[in-house]
Design a protein. Structure first.
Length: 363
């Protein structure tokens, strides 16, 4: 796998852009949002949010990795729970004039890029993603400029500015067919920002790519030794792995796939026990679909099989009922994307969506 060294002003590699402080701040805010509710508080917040959604002609879309209360509320109010692109698509097609996006910032930006006429609110606009932080547009543009003969393919987990610099946007579900399609046209590919997903796509497709060295702080932490120990305790369990995980974890998997594909695998496979290597927020939909099956968190510590994963995305955790109610009440947390930037970012996003349609129609 070709992962170049990116020179960071001031030294260090791209992981130094993440910063311990940013992670700590996110965890602090997540702790506030997920702090136990006082008696009656949760019910009161849910009631308040439901009436505000109506009053503001708003719909709630939540990512699979958000807290179960948010996913449940989205479903109860005619909203939607999904992956980032489906969230944006649903919001685009829904008649509501305000979309409330429970997730991380690039998801709010994607919704705005696709639905500029709508107001996009988020519980906390500072909820970000390590992949986004590790791929700042200035450094990334320099890198692209240094390889002008490459087609630039970026994962959806990037800022609007990085998308605007790209030729194609991809999700984990569609990355493989798009890379194969480009390779068939003789294109050289520059991939960003997730090195593990990039390595996975490269390994399956056999297409050599130049890969930006970013990573997801959650998936990067899964450890083979811990998963093996847990698998020894549950020998019949199937292992479901998201391809943002390191190669040695992917190599152990029974199924590798996007969030949507992993939820589907939980239903499709005959197994009744699963070890799941992705953010545990996904368990809400997995258990909803298969209440009689057992879903176990893949350990991330690598020591022993008895520990449960402590891996929660700190930024997804920043979404809660409390700040969701505030966003709807006050209009705080609105996402803005400048029109020039929006139009540029729409081009590679639309390219992906058009390509996806050709896949569906050729099935
Ligand atoms: S789980 Fe990973 S990829 Fe998803 S938002 Fe969090 S840091 Fe980003």
């Amino acid at each position: 796998m070709s992962v170049p060294e990116i020179k960071i002003p001031g030294g260090g590699d791209v992981s130094s852009l993440l910063g311990v402080d940013l992670m700590a701040q996110a965890r602090q805010e997540a702790a506030i949002q997920t702090a136990e509710y006082a008696p009656g508080e949760q019910e009161a917040l849910v009631g308040q949010i439901k009436s505000l959604l109506q009053k503001e002609n708003a719909v709630l879309v939540a990512h699979y990795y958000t807290a179960p209360q948010l996913q449940q509320l989205a479903e109860e109010t005619g909203g939607y729970v999904s992956d980032s692109l489906e969230m944006a698509r649903f919001g685009n097609e829904h008649p509501a004039t305000t979309l409330v996006v429970a997730g991380v910032r690039f998801m709010g930006e994607t919704a705005k890029i696709l639905s500029p006429e709508k107001r996009i609110l988020m519980p906390d606009v500072s909820a970000t993603c390590s992949l986004d932080l590790e791929c700042p547009v200035d450094l990334f543009s320099e890198f692209c400029d240094a390889h002008p003969d490459h087609t630039v393919v970026v994962y959806a987990n990037t800022s609007a500015a990085v998308k605007a610099r790209a030729d194609w946007v991809v999700t984990s579900g569609i990355a493989l067919p798009i890379v194969k399609h480009l390779a068939q046209q003789g294109k050289k590919i520059l991939w960003a920002p997730d090195q593990y997903l990039g390595g996975y796509v490269q390994g399956i497709s056999g297409v050599e790519m130049l890969i930006w060295p970013g990573s997801c702080v959650v998936h990067e932490q899964f450890k083979a030794v811990g998963i093996r120990a847990l698998a020894a305790r549950y020998p019949d369990a199937a292992l479901l792995v998201h391809p943002e995980s390191p190669a040695e974890i992917v190599a152990m998997a029974d199924v590798v796939g996007s969030t949507t594909a992993l939820i589907q695998a939980g239903s499709d496979l005959a197994a009744t026990e699963f070890i799941v290597a992705t953010e545990p927020g996904i368990f809400y939909k997995m258990k909803q679909a298969e209440p009689d099956k057992l879903f176990l968190e893949a350990p991330s510590g690598g020591v022993g099989g008895s520990c449960e994963s402590c891996q929660r995305c700190p930024w997804m955790g920043m979404n809660g009922l409390r700040n969701l109610a505030t966003a709807l009440e006050t209009g705080s947390g609105e996402i803005h994307v400048g029109e020039d930037l929006r139009q540029k970012a729409l081009v590679p996003l639309q390219r992906m969506m058009d390509f996806a349609k050709t896949l569906h129609t050729s099935k």
